[in-house]
Design a protein around this ligand. Structure first.
Ligand SMILES: [Zn+2]
Length: 421
């Protein structure tokens, strides 16, 4: 049993702090939150929070742990090298205060299991396993036309690691989705339109017919879970909404119609403001100039779409960084909070990185890997995934993003950082 004394609490939801409480951690859960002081006696460890703020561990709903370099560079690595790099990336996430992430393209089930059983250090992972797309879609990461398919599938080395899968037609889509579910995917990721970082598919392309999208949703929902789609344009989003896709990754180029549909259907939107600004500044390596141009278009549109998100009061918004690259690129992860704060406001940024993600992840139902407590909030019975922050996050996220203000990082009741003692 562990006692945290003298804490204020941002609970992941409310725009006011709970003041001056003591918190009892029993193994990996929050047992009690008390306004009455609790006696230290009998506790194995006591942390005096000194009036700092306890808040839920951060959650990133759009990561690519295994993509620790540009795709054409990953193509030159062995799977073992990619695995070792992934473990290091995951450790960095936890040490930045991210206690849970959703990976949306990568063979992360082994890393997830290793972390959960103490063989590696990192956040809880909601794996999607391979991101599925049509031939010539955003997951078709063959780097050149010399890799034309003649007999069977000629996947690129990166595709062979299990980060991406190709499926065409209803029956192949059903099979590809079921294969990811067999591997332990907690949700399914598909590519439902053109990509900014992929070489051969223009941004405005529609990818997957309505029937193929419906096939993906059917196979996922039969397993109690949902489909997340990489998607940029309004026509692609309209088709995906009709198919029943519940998580729109990027959703950059919206019009009023689709914003209203998103609101009505309760579809979750996961924008990435900071990463696209990094790419626009050429700080993330991409394969060619045309890829930078696609990304710039997306970056500008995203800010316009943010106005529609406000206009139609879309509340199902989640924090997602979409970092692809080395340790330096991944280290920018917390800056997305500052970017969101600028686009929306402080409480929206904080909810997006905590309770909103937990709400999205609950759509995984029986495929949800962490069912013994709540994530993304500080409440009795929730998992003991928390940060102790010097400062009041509700007055600005800067204190959350600065490493020296993150005094304590706890995940699953285990302390990974403590500079208060
Ligand atoms: Zn992504």
């Amino acid at each position: 049993m562990l006692l945290i004394k003298n804490a204020n609490v941002f609970n992941g939801h409310d725009n006011t702090l709970l003041e001056a409480v003591d918190i009892v951690i029993n193994q990996n859960h929050i047992q009690t939150i008390s306004h009455q002081p609790i006696n230290d006696a009998g506790f194995e460890q006591v942390i005096d929070a000194r009036g700092h703020t306890v808040m839920p561990g951060l959650i990133d709903a759009h990561v690519h742990i295994t993509l620790s370099a540009a795709p054409h560079v990953l193509d030159t690595m062995t799977r073992e090298e990619i695995a070792i790099r992934s473990a290091k990336i995951a450790e960095g996430m936890l040490m930045r205060g991210f206690t849970t992430v959703r990976d949306v393209a990568g063979n992360t089930i082994g890393l997830k299991t290793a972390i959960d059983s103490g063989y590696a250090t990192g956040p809880r992972i909601f794996p999607s396993q391979a991101a599925i797309s049509q031939t010539s879609g955003h997951s078709d990461y063959r780097q050149n036309r010399g890799q034309q398919r003649r007999n069977g599938h000629e996947d690129s080395p990166l595709m062979k690691t299990g980060a991406f899968a190709i499926a065409d037609g209803r029956s192949e889509v059903l099979k590809a989705v079921r294969e990811q579910l067999f591997m332990g995917a907690s949700q399914i990721k598909i590519m439902a339109g053109g990509g900014a970082s992929s070489t051969f598919d223009p941004l405005d392309t529609l990818q997957y017919t309505l029937d193929e999208l419906k096939a993906a949703v059917e196979a996922a929902s039969d397993y109690g879970t949902y489909v997340a789609a990489h998607i940029h344009t309004t026509p692609a989003m309209k088709r995906a909404a009709e198919a029943g896709i519940m998580s729109f990754e990027h959703a950059t180029i919206m019009d009023d119609d689709i914003a209203q549909i998103i609101k009505e259907k309760g579809i979750f939107v996961i924008p990435s403001y900071f990463t696209s600004s990094l790419i626009a500044e050429r700080k993330i390596p991409l394969g060619s100039e045309s890829l930078y141009q696609k990304t710039e278009r997306v970056g500008k549109a995203m800010l316009k779409s943010a106005e529609l998100i406000k206009k139609y009061e879309i509340e199902n918004l989640c924090f997602g960084t979409d970092c692809v690259g080395d340790l330096v690129v991944h280290a920018t992860q917390p800056h997305e909070l500052e970017a969101i704060e600028k686009v929306f406001d402080t409480i929206t940024a904080l909810r997006m990185a905590t309770s909103n993600c937990a709400k999205l992840f609950n759509l995984s139902t029986y495929q949800h890997p962490y069912q013994e407590g709540k994530l993304g909030e500080i409440s009795e019975g929730a998992y003991a995934d928390l940060l102790i922050i010097e400062g009041n996050p509700l007055e600005g996220v800067a204190c959350v993003t600065q490493a020296d203000k993150q005094k304590v990082i706890m995940k699953d009741g285990v302390i990974y950082k403590n500079t208060l003692c």
